[in-house]
Ligand binder design. Structure first.
Ligand SMILES: [Zn+2]
Length: 491
């Protein structure tokens, strides 16, 4: 939790300005500039060669699949792809970078001038600019703990050296930690839809650094910006930004000034720590990589890549809202993962009422999975099971109360819906006389509601249906019940 407590009045005097840099590892089979396997979790220092270690005499060769993935991602975030982009050397020393430089792109990146739209709290969308997407290689990993002598030694695993990355830099268009969270969520969703990265934050295949400054409202000039590193979940990005915004305001309010620096987020303490003063681009002595030719993206290649773009999440949501009459929030839930959205759509198209399938998936199935801490893949009820249940409900063959009981049984026994339904086929009262008797009882017990109904408040029929359903212990045939209630009330 944030240790700073400023009054809302003080906080309201300043406008935060946030920009995000996201690194994603591309899902290529081999590394960016050599034939080594691009694989997470191998034995340390087994996927390495003279090229990714930068040994004398070795020469890099660009992996065309990395360019294809980076180009696809660029188009998905609405960037203009440069026909001719240039690799550059970014020079710095770090133990996990044996070459002494990182191959990156500098003044001529692969793609620029993109944007993505993110939903805002008031139900609208906000467009966040994307400055650039450039290709680069990852560095190795320093391992500071886990060994008997970790107190005195740091170990190196260089397997990650040369892993292809796309770095996506946003414009400083983000104004709140919540917007930053939304931007990251949408960006990750798009990248997953394009299948260019697995975006697994625990394994480091998606990493985020945040630049943040504050300025008094109305001031045009940006304040000094601080880069927050080491944030390995979107929730932590939000928390780190909340903390950092308050910290900067407090410094300014107490007469101090913000120095441009890099700070590390400490999860356990919920605060940021100064790591080093912020380096400038010229500190890296960028120069064009002499061992690699320019990257040429031809018009043909670009056109072919455009054709490979999948239907992206935002477009898919809009279409699904129209096609299945979904609520916006439900559309977000159903499209969060492409494979899940595919399975939903394939099933929904066979159902009598796709909207009902969506509702059951989210409220009945989703609710139970969430309560048990299970993933969708661990659900005992299959997508076909949900469609089956939805159809039965739609045909009035089971009531919603019975559906809940059947779902409960599925989760208790770990069985799919069809199995449970065939065995426990719920009793249903379809005898008109029996239902009418129950309706008469309910009508007699609620004279006031009857009077209101007959006075024009027709929506009260739902009240009577509910009461009779309760009296029947959820066993009255819903279609028949609806019909008879209206008949009795009107009669
Ligand atoms: Zn290699």
């Amino acid at each position: 939790m944030s240790a700073i407590a400023l009054s809302p009045q003080v906080l309201a005097k300043y406008e935060p300005v946030i920009g995000l840099e996201v690194h994603v590892q591309l899902l290529t089979r081999t590394k960016a500039f050599c034939g080594c396997q691009n694989h997470f979790g191998s034995e340390p220092n087994t996927n390495i060669c003279p090229v990714c270690l930068g040994l004398p005499g070795s020469l890099p060769v660009l992996n065309s699949q990395a360019v294809a993935f980076a180009t696809l991602a660029s188009l998905a975030i609405n960037c203009e792809v440069r026909e001719r982009s240039i690799f550059a050397r970014k020079n710095y020393f770090y133990p996990d970078l044996p070459k002494g430089y990182q191959i990156s792109q500098f003044d001529k990146p692969l793609a620029e001038h993109g944007w993505i739209d993110v939903p805002t709290a008031d139900g609208k969308t906000k467009r966040i600019g994307i400055t650039r997407l450039h290709m680069e290689e990852d560095a190795g990993k320093s391992i500071h703990d886990g060994f008997a002598d970790s107190a005195t030694r740091t170990y190196l695993d260089l397997n990650r050296c040369g892993t292809p990355l796309a770095e996506i830099v946003s414009e400083p268009d983000i104004r709140t930690p919540d917007e930053a969270f939304e931007y990251l969520t949408r960006l990750k969703e798009i990248l997953l839809y394009c299948e260019v990265s697995d975006c697994n934050m625990e394994e480091g295949s998606l990493r985020c650094d945040a630049n943040v400054s504050v300025r008094p409202w109305g001031q045009e000039k940006f304040g000094a910006k601080v880069e927050v590193k080491n944030v390995n979940s979107f929730r932590f990005v939000r928390a780190a930004l909340e903390y950092e915004i308050e910290r900067q305001i407090e410094v300014i309010e107490s007469g101090g000034h913000i120095s441009q620096e890099t700070r590390l987020w400490n999860v356990a303490e919920g605060r940021t720590y100064s790591m080093r003063s912020k380096e400038q681009a010229h500190d890296y002595r960028y120069f064009p990589e002499p061992d690699l030719p320019p990257v040429i993206v031809s018009a043909e290649f670009l056109a072919a890549t455009k054709k490979k773009l999948p239907e992206l999440p935002e477009a898919r949501r809009a279409r699904m809202i129209a096609e299945y009459e979904l609520a916006s929030q439900d559309a977000f839930t159903l499209t969060a993962e492409r494979a899940f959205a595919d399975r939903f759509e394939a099933a929904a198209r066979t159902a009598r009422n796709p909207r009902r399938v969506a509702n059951l998936l989210i409220s009945e199935l989703g609710g139970r999975l969430k309560a048990l801490g299970l993933e969708q893949e661990q659900s005992p009820v299959s997508m076909a099971g949900v469609v089956h249940a939805s159809d039965l409900l739609d045909e009035g063959k089971i009531s919603s109360k019975q559906l809940k009981q059947l779902f409960d049984a599925c989760f208790e026994k770990g069985e799919d819906f069809a199995t449970v339904y065939e065995r426990e086929k719920p009793r249903q009262i379809t005898d008109t006389g029996a239902i009418e008797a129950l309706i008469d009882e309910v009508i007699a017990a609620n004279p006031k509601q009857v009077e209101q109904y007959r006075g024009g408040k027709k929506t009260l029929s739902a009240f009577f249906v509910g009461q009779v359903m309760k009296a029947s212990k959820g066993q009255a045939n819903p279609a028949l019940l609806n019909e008879l209630v209206v008949k009795k009330l009107e009669g």
